[in-house]
Design a protein around this ligand. Structure first.
Ligand SMILES: [Fe+2]
Length: 280
């Protein structure tokens, strides 16, 4: 296996690794690189749905997405992201997550890692943006670190900055039945990473709608200020996909955003999200 940094900051790619047949030593190397570098890309994989799922299970327990109409027919733990239509019907979820957010931050036990397996790459665009929330936290002035140290944010499924259901940057719209499954949960704003122990700003963009014990206007103003800080270009990495690439990212230390593609330019990804072991 050959590792190469994706930027001066975070992100690592590995070539020459077959995720379907990693022995324990090779797997540990991959896992350590994932926690250390936050984004790990294994290039040019050839995986069946079962092999992809088996690899994911080595990182954590998969949690099926609340949007259940695009689960893979063989494995509900795989969500199909696609703009391709068949017989006039969508084959997957299109335009998902095109704003900075963290996966499953609206759940009590949130996502440890999200894995995307790139099946069909569009001619143009379709990159994923990541923002390093360890660095964003570390750069805060010490007074602000002290101010947010014990704050707890209130999270709900959705995008705080776009609640218009017709917009392409709204969180994917839920059916009434799906909406009934999501509720309010709490997570620390400055959250210690459950595996590395390092503190990161957690999900200040996306699902955070308020702060416990703080008037709503004040809370939103603070969250907006933290979002502007933590999504600055200096914290970002832009990832481009090749066919067969598998990207694994650390949701506890990153924000990420999909980028919009031309609806007529086919792109398909398979996604598995594995959750943390329990509430830290
Ligand atoms: Fe996402």
């Amino acid at each position: 296996m050959e590792f190469r940094k994706l930027s001066d900051g975070f992100g690592m790619e590995v070539r020459g690794a077959d995720l379907a047949s990693l022995d324990e030593n090779a797997f540990q190397e991959i896992k350590n690189a994932f926690y250390k570098h936050q984004v790990l890309v294994a290039r040019a994989q050839q995986l069946t749905p079962s092999q992809f799922l088996q690899f994911a299970r080595r990182i954590g327990p998969p949690e099926p997405h609340v949007i259940d109409q695009f689960h893979h027919p063989e494995h509900a733990d795989i969500l199909i992201l696609s703009n391709v239509e068949k017989d006039g019907k969508p084959t997957g979820l299109a335009d998902a997550g095109t704003y900075f957010h963290t996966d499953y931050s609206y759940l009590e036990v949130p996502a440890r890692a999200t894995m995307l397996y790139s099946i069909q790459v569009p001619k143009k665009g379709g990159d994923t943006l990541f923002a390093d929330q360890y660095a964003a936290y570390e750069d805060l002035p010490s007074e602000q670190k002290a101010k947010i140290q014990n704050l707890v944010a209130l999270h709900h499924y959705g995008n705080r900055d776009d609640l218009d259901k017709r917009s392409r940057t709204v969180a994917s719209v839920l059916s009434e039945e799906q909406e009934n499954k999501v509720t309010w949960v709490k997570h620390r704003v400055a959250r210690p990473h459950p595996v590395t122990g390092r503190t990161a700003l957690y999900s200040v963009s996306g699902s955070a709608f308020g702060i416990e014990g703080m008037p709503r206007d004040e809370a939103v103003a603070l969250l907006d200020q933290l979002k502007r800080h933590s999504t600055q270009e200096k914290y970002q990495l832009r990832l481009k996909y090749g066919v067969g690439d598998v990207v694994i990212w650390d949701n506890a230390s990153l924000l990420h955003s999909a980028t919009l593609t031309d609806p007529g330019d086919p792109r398909t990804l398979w996604r598995i999200t594995v959750k943390e072991e329990g509430k830290p």
